[in-house]
Design a protein around this ligand. Structure first.
Ligand SMILES: Cc1ncc(COP(=O)(O)O)c(C=O)c1O
Length: 457
């Protein structure tokens, strides 16, 4: 009988063959898992020796680039000192230093932190806090939003019906109101009308369905991520702020995807000039190590009774050390300004691509380094041509060495969310690959005259 060993020594490439038998199929969505052996900056090396230009940053997470040397060094030093330190038992230095440092960046008076591990947990914490301090049950979320996979987070999520399939009953007292979506709402450049429409719908909800005095909080992404990189007119977020002030509910920004420089400021709250009462952050906070936080002003969070919310791993010392190094990199390497500058260059290029391929590209949009191309027209109906076009673009780009990712209700959006360290040459290379790939997609549609929406692709 072969000797049993604790850990298999089968080579990586052999393990890949059995991957379908070992990992839950729910993991993969619409994009094949890539066998990646290493990452540096925007470069990913695969098991078969390919190098890819990564415009996903691990789903808007490796904001300082893969394995930034300063982040790696900080994590290594901390791992040798203390790997685990549950906050219920001990305080460690990176934790306290991170809490103090983050107050320099958070909007308004958001200066108290509950550290956790994932974005979903940060959202859970935000809603638990809101219910706890207001004593009210109801939570209002927005159509197309994505807040994570745990039960409350999933209960707030309507980015895709698939995320909710077979999971009912969801957490109670959750209500939905439309997000201000300029493109799908057909509002075009008329941000004022788009915002007014969404705010009017919310007023109807508060008038007819849920009494304002029952509402603990509104939970909203300042820019929708998984929902398709939907950028609301600033008036929408300002309007939500006004409504919360009026009805005494808390405004919760889910900044899990928008935070840590993604929109060109540290938080989207600053990009849009609207201060929430509570923020949920995660993803980019520690450049890829698992860490997240629920953040609120001391006057609110200090009302949480000892023991009423807790965690074993949250605020892990190694992750906190990586977060501190990430903040230093963002500041000292000028990554916010770079995100704005390279984001503007990228968006201008995407607009050009859209103008050059109007048969195929329905919309181009972006804020900072949260940019997207949408396919198949503004119709949100299932089976639309956009899904197939977006998939063809993803595959065409991957063949040419550029890694992108989908978003949107039907994965009809291709999103670009590169690390904030990217340079002009990388922007231009990506744009060239996208343009080339779209030209191939367009050529496959056949003679001009057949539009993407009617070609049956
Ligand atoms: C806006 C937003 N909130 C919450 C989450 C959930 O984060 P996590 O996957 O870390 O639980 C995500 C993840 O994509 C997100 O984009």
């Amino acid at each position: 009988m072969a000797e049993q060993t604790a850990v298999t020594d089968r080579p990586f490439v052999e393990l890949l063959e059995g991957v379908g038998h070992r990992l839950a199929p729910s993991f993969t969505e619409d994009w094949p898992g890539l066998p990646v052996v290493s990452g540096r900056g925007l470069d990913l090396e695969t098991a078969d020796g390919r190098h890819l230009l990564d415009f996903t940053a691990g789903i808007a997470t490796a904001n300082t680039g893969h394995c930034h040397p300063r982040v790696v060094d900080a994590a290594k030093r901390q791992i040798e000192a203390l790997m685990h330190g549950p906050i219920g038992i001990m305080y460690h230095e990176p934790l306290l230093r991170l809490a103090e440092s983050l107050t320099r960046w958070t909007p308004g008076d958001l200066d108290m932190f509950f550290f956790a591990n994932s974005g979903a947990e940060a959202v859970e914490g935000a809603v638990k806090l809101a219910r706890y301090v207001t004593g009210r049950p109801a939570v209002i979320a927005f159509t197309g939003g994505f807040h994570g996979r745990t039960y409350m987070a999933a209960s707030l999520t309507t980015a895709k019906a698939r995320y909710r399939l077979h999971y009912e009953p969801f957490v109670g007292s959750v209500y939905f109101s439309p997000y201000a979506d300029p493109f799908h709402g057909g509002f075009g450049e008329d941000g004022e009308r788009c915002a007014r429409h969404a705010l009017d719908q919310l007023a109807v909800l508060l008038d007819r369905v849920v009494p304002p005095e029952h509402v603990a909080c509104l939970v909203v992404e300042p820019v929708q991520g998984e929902g398709g990189y939907v950028i609301p007119p600033p008036r929408f977020l300002a309007g939500l702020r006004d409504i919360c002030n009026r009805i005494g509910a808390l405004l919760v920004f889910d900044e899990v995807q928008t935070g840590f420089g993604r929109t060109g400021e540290m938080f989207a709250a600053q990009t849009f000039g609207v201060t929430p009462d509570v923020m949920a952050v995660g993803k980019g906070i520690a450049s890829g190590l698992p860490l997240s936080a629920t953040i609120a002003p001391e006057r609110l969070m200090s009302r949480w009774l000892a023991g009423s919310h807790g965690t074993t791993f949250g605020g892990n010392p190694v992750a906190c050390a990586a977060a501190l190094a990430s903040l230093q990199v963002i500041e000292e390497e000028g990554l916010l300004a770079n995100a704005r500058a390279q984001g503007a260059r990228l968006l201008a290029g995407l607009h050009d691509i859209r103008s050059g391929h109007p048969r195929v590209v329905a919309d181009s949009r972006g804020v900072g380094l949260m940019c997207a191309l949408e396919f198949g027209g503004a119709s949100d109906s299932p089976g639309m041509a956009g899904t197939e076009l977006a998939q063809q673009l993803l595959e065409g780009c991957l063949d040419r060495g550029l890694l992108l990712y989908a978003a949107g209700a039907h994965n009809q959006v291709v999103r670009l969310m590169p690390a904030l360290i990217l340079n002009s040459a990388q922007v231009d290379r990506a744009l060239g690959i996208i343009d080339d790939s779209i030209a191939s997609v367009e050529a496959a549609l056949g003679p001009a005259g057949r539009s993407a929406a009617t070609s049956g692709v």
